[in-house]
Design a protein around this ligand. Structure first.
Ligand SMILES: [Fe+2]
Ligand SMILES: [Fe+2]
Length: 403
C-alpha cells in the first residue's frame, strides 16, 4: 500500500482533502499535517512514499519543507499542491518538487499522477539508485546551447519561437521544461510533449526568470563529468536520433503529434546517461572502462557496474518528473523494444530504429559494439520490410552521431 502525507496550514483544505480521498483508503495509507514542522515529525516516525504539500504556509513554506524532505527521506516523491499563481509556484519550487498540482485537484487527477510516478519504480531494482535519482534537480545542459539560450533570452528582439528552437536541441533543458509544463498544474487536457508547446505555455517572462534569475539550467563543470563521457558526443548523438526519428515518422506519413513525440523522445532517449554522469560520476567512469575492457555494449557494462541501464534510469527520472508515457516508453525500451507491449508503430519504433541507424553509421569508430537490431520486434509490428525505406529517409541527416 502506498503511503501519502498531505500538508496544508488551512484546516478546511485538509478536511476537504480527507473527505475527498476517503474512497482511496484501501489503496493509500494517508496522513494529514497542518504545518511543515508537523509533517517532518510524522516523517521521522514513519516512511512516506509521497509528500503532497501546499506552497504558502506560515513559518516553513512548501519549498522549504520539500527541501527538508529531500534531505531526510530522499526516495520520497515530492509534489506541490498549490492555489498560487503559476509562475510564482514554479519559481519557488522548481528545484525541490517532482510534480506540481493546482487546487482544486480532483481525486482522479491526483491518483493518476501518483500512479504514473510509481509505474516505473519497479523498473529500477536498485533502492539506493532510486534515492540518488529522486534528488536530481536538473540534468546538465550542453554548455554552448546554454550560452546561446542566455544570449537569445537577453536580446530584446527574441520571440518565444526563437527560445523554443534553442531549448529543443538540448536534452537536459527539454526534460526540465516538459516537467514543469506537464504538471497537472496547468490543468491541460492534452499532455505536453514538445518544447514548442511547452515554451508558449510558460511564456517568455517565466522562461527568462527561470533561466536567468533562478539558474535552473546552469551547466555542470566539465571537470566533474566522468572520464570517458563527453556531453558533446551525447548531444550530437541525441540530435541525430531526434532528427532521424522525426524523418522515420514522416516517411510513414504519421500525424504531426506522433512525429513531435518521436522527436522529443529521440532527443531524450539517452537522458539516463546524463543522470549517471551527473549523479554517479565515479561508477560511470568505471562502466566506460568495463565496456571497453570486455568488448561489451555500454548498457551491459552499466548493468554490471551500476545495477541498471541508462534506459531504465532515464525513464525512471522522467517518470517521477511526470513526463507523458509517449516519451517515457521509448526512453525505457530503446535498447530492448521487444519488452514493450505495443503491436503497432509508435514513437518507440521510430526512436529504436533511429538510434540503431545512427549507431551503425558510426560503427567503425565506436569504442564499444553497437547493438544488433531486434528483427523479432519489427516482425511483430509487421514492419520489418520498412527498414530500408527508413534508412533512406535518414540518409540526408548529417549529424555527427557518436563518433
Ligand atoms: Fe541508449
Ligand atoms: Fe542512443
Amino acid at each position: 500500500m502506498k503511503s501519502i502525507l498531505f500538508v496544508d496550514d488551512e484546516p478546511n483544505v485538509l478536511e476537504a482533502l480527507q473527505r475527498m480521498l476517503f474512497p482511496l483508503q484501501n489503496e493509500w495509507r494517508m496522513a494529514f499535517a497542518s504545518s511543515g514542522p508537523r509533517a517532518l515529525e510524522l516523517l521521522a516516525e514513519t516512511r512516506f512514499d509521497v509528500v503532497v504539500t501546499d506552497m504558502r504556509m506560515p513559518g516553513m513554506d512548501g519549498a522549504q519543507l520539500l527541501a527538508a524532505v529531500k534531505e531526510r527521506s530522499p526516495d520520497t516523491l515530492r509534489f506541490v499542491l498549490s492555489g498560487q499563481s503559476e509562475s510564482e509556484v514554479v519559481y519557488r519550487s522548481v528545484g525541490e518538487a517532482h510534480q506540481f498540482l493546482s487546487k482544486p485537484c480532483k481525486p482522479k487527477v491526483l491518483k493518476e499522477c501518483v500512479d504514473k510516478a510509481f509505474a516505473l519504480r519497479e523498473l529500477l531494482a536498485n533502492d539506493s539508485l532510486k534515492a540518488v535519482v529522486s534528488q536530481i534537480r536538473t540534468l546538465p545542459p550542453v554548455p554552448q546551447v546554454y550560452t546561446r539560450l542566455c544570449e537569445v533570452l537577453k536580446s530584446p528582439d527574441s520571440s518565444i519561437g526563437d527560445v523554443g528552437r534553442v531549448i529543443e536541441t538540448d536534452p537536459a533543458m527539454t526534460a526540465k521544461i516538459l516537467q514543469v509544463t506537464n504538471s497537472a498544474f496547468f490543468g491541460l487536457r492534452r499532455e505536453v510533449t514538445t518544447v514548442v508547446q511547452a515554451a508558449s505555455l510558460l511564456g517568455l517572462n517565466t522562461i527568462k526568470a527561470l533561466v536567468l534569475a533562478r539558474g535552473v539550467f546552469a551547466p555542470m563543470d566539465a571537470a566533474r563529468l566522468p572520464r570517458g563521457f563527453s556531453i558533446d558526443v551525447l548531444w550530437k548523438h541525441s540530435m541525430a536520433v531526434a532528427d532521424c526519428a522525426q524523418a522515420i515518422c514522416q516517411a510513414e506519413n504519421l500525424p504531426k503529434e506522433m512525429t513531435g513525440d518521436a522527436y522529443t523522445a529521440g532527443l531524450l532517449h539517452d537522458a539516463g546517461e546524463l543522470v549517471f554522469a551527473a549523479a554517479c560520476t565515479e561508477d560511470y567512469a568505471r562502466a566506460f572502462d568495463y565496456a571497453v575492457a570486455n568488448a561489451i555494449t555500454l548498457s551491459e557494462a552499466e548493468r554490471a557496474v551500476l545495477g541498471c541501464t541508462h534506459a531504465e534510469v532515464g525513464a525512471y527520472l522522467l517518470g517521477i518528473w511526470g513526463l507523458p508515457h509517449s516519451i517515457i516508453e521509448p526512453v525505457a525500451y530503446h535498447h530492448g523494444p521487444s519488452e514493450s507491449v505495443g503491436s503497432t508503430f509508435s514513437p518507440l519504433t521510430a526512436v529504436y530504429v533511429a538510434d540503431l541507424l545512427v549507431l551503425n553509421r558510426h560503427r567503425e569508430v565506436l569504442e564499444h559494439p553497437a547493438p544488433e537490431p531486434e528483427r523479432s520486434y519489427l516482425e511483430r509490428l509487421g514492419l520489418a520490410d520498412r527498414l530500408e525505406d527508413w534508412a533512406k529517409a535518414c540518409d540526408g541527416i548529417h549529424q555527427a552521431g557518436k563518433e
